[in-house]
Design a protein around this ligand. Structure first.
Ligand code: FAD
Length: 442
């Protein structure tokens, strides 16, 4: 092993290779501690043996060829904000940090062509300067890279209008394979499904083209309702109202809103809250909907202050869990898909069974074009056994769980993995790309 470490330093130089233990330790972790299960399993995992920080596609290809020749695993990292341990190098080897590849290659009408390491917040800011903006992005957009989002995320702010990553939100990707001579593939269309949310197991994405939307002036608001049921029905009505352009419709059961300390003064005790982003000219329509369900807009941030203050999206998606964990460190969460024609009944069944052990947080989205109630419920963690009992109960009442307590793609339940496994055998014949993240008999 020491031999290849000397060789990699000699070949690439200290500007690209880091073997300092602090750097290796730091970059070999992501946000897996979000899950008590992953935290237990991954805490003791040994750091990568070397970190490489390529600046160009050619350097990426050279590192992959080096890894292939020496049979060394390569795990890629964007910003490391993934929370399933996706970027943890389970078998050591090389940790390839792509954050230096951060060039915005082109912003054209309706699209942006980007190097993988550009931060989503930077892309959105630049796009908004020229009258466009991101269609979908995670609540971690300030830090997260576009390559990391496409390879390890799923959806987020904007998904209520534009769906998730699989709904046409990736137009083209440049992928490098891990072979003796790494190939540069340009992928489009249905074939992209083998690379979206792949955890870097089927190839390394160096460049990606994503669609952009026309810039909208977004008003943010918190709508409040006496019951969670009303907040959900309001959310559905808003989701379905095509007159209203929106980015965020996120109902939260009390006491979740009480965790949002920066909004403590505007949150009403005991009420359900819906975090909202909608086009500023539709404010009156949103207010009408809120009133129809016995609620009101308790706090409004005008569009002119967008991104100038803490935003409501900083309390949604997986940030909701983060605020819950700040209040009570035993909190964790699940990812769930409820059924549109019986979500209220499913909510009732779940609450009757688990009461104060589980609090509901939904994100209304469009999935494959259909309005869908997805949820990231916050769960008080006691034991792993109990957590999986709750998961079992959810499934018994038709609530689909996308398990966030596993790093194995096949078990997380997103997308079709069989096709990815076949692609991996072709693109990564030695099984060196992020080993352990996909179950694939070579
Ligand atoms: P990393 O964590 O660095 O990487 C993610 C995965 O992709 C890893 O498996 C890595 O190996 C692989 N990878 C990275 N770059 C490449 C590349 N160029 N080529 C191939 N593989 C690559 N996710 C959502 O989808 N929506 C959310 O709203 C959301 N909210 C979050 C909130 C919090 C508080 C936290 C902690 C996480 C959240 N996430 C969310 C998860 C995560 O932040 C996002 O998916 C984010 O986009 C990941 O980007 P990153 O650059 O940090 O990727």
């Amino acid at each position: 092993q020491t031999t290849w470490l000397h060789e990699i330093e000699d070949q690439f130089g200290s500007d690209i290779v880091a073997i300092d233990s602090d750097i290796r330790e730091k970059l070999s972790k992501d946000y897996y501690w979000y899950s008590p299960v992953l935290n237990r399993l991954l805490q003791g995992v040994k750091a990568a043996d070397a970190v490489v920080l390529p600046r160009t596609e050619a350097e990426v290809a050279e590192v992959l060829a080096f890894g292939y020749a020496h049979r060394i695993p390569v795990t890629v990292r964007g910003a490391g904000t993934g929370n399933y341990g996706q970027a943890v190098p389970l078998q050591g080897g090389i940790l390839m940090d792509l954050s230096r590849m951060d060039e915005i290659i082109e912003i054209g009408p309706g699209y942006a062509r980007l190097q993988c390491g550009v931060k989503l917040g930077v892309i959105d800011r630049k796009a908004r300067e020229v009258g466009q903006e991101l269609r979908i992005y995670p609540s971690t957009y300030v830090k997260a890279t576009v390559g990391g989002f496409v390879s390890g995320g799923s959806g987020g702010i904007g998904s209520i209008t534009y769906g998730n990553l699989w709904d046409g939100n990736v137009l083209e990707a440049v992928i490098y394979t891990m072979e003796e001579e790494p190939q540069r593939l340009v992928i489009q269309g249905g074939e992209l499904f083998n690379y979206i949310h792949n955890y870097g197991t089927t190839g390394i994405m160096t460049e990606v083209t994503i669609p952009l939307a026309p810039r909208t002036e977004w008003t943010q608001a918190i709508a409040q309702f006496p019951t969670f049921e009303r907040s959900m029905r309001f959310g559905e009505a808003l989701a379905r109202d095509e007159r209203i352009l929106k980015r965020l419709v996120a109902p939260m059961e009390w006491p979740i809103p009480s965790y949002f300390i920066p909004f403590a003064k505007v949150i009403q005790e005991g009420q359900a809250a819906v975090m909202l982003e909608f086009a500023e000219e539709t404010l009156a329509l949103v207010e009408e909907h809120a009133q129809a369900f016995g609620g009101s807009l308790g706090h409004i941030i005008e569009a002119k202050n967008y991104r100038k203050t803490i935003g409501v999206s900083d309390f949604t998606w997986n940030h909701t869990t983060l605020w819950a964990m700040k209040t009570d460190e035993t909190m964790t969460y699940l990812q769930a898909g409820f059924q549109i024609d019986r979500y209220l009944e499913q909510i009732e069944l779940l609450k009757a069974e688990y009461g104060d052990e589980l609090f509901l947080h939904f994100e209304w989205v469009r999935s494959g074009g259909a309005v869908t109630p997805t949820a990231l419920p916050v769960v008080k963690f006691t034991t792993e056994e109990r957590l999986y009992e709750i998961i079992g109960f959810c499934e018994s009442i038709g609530v689909r769980i996308f398990d966030p307590h596993t790093w194995v793609l096949d078990q997380g339940g997103r997308g079709e993995v069989g096709s990815m496994e076949r692609k991996k055998r072709v693109n990564d014949p030695r099984g060196l790309l992020n080993p352990g993240k996909i179950i694939c008999e070579l």
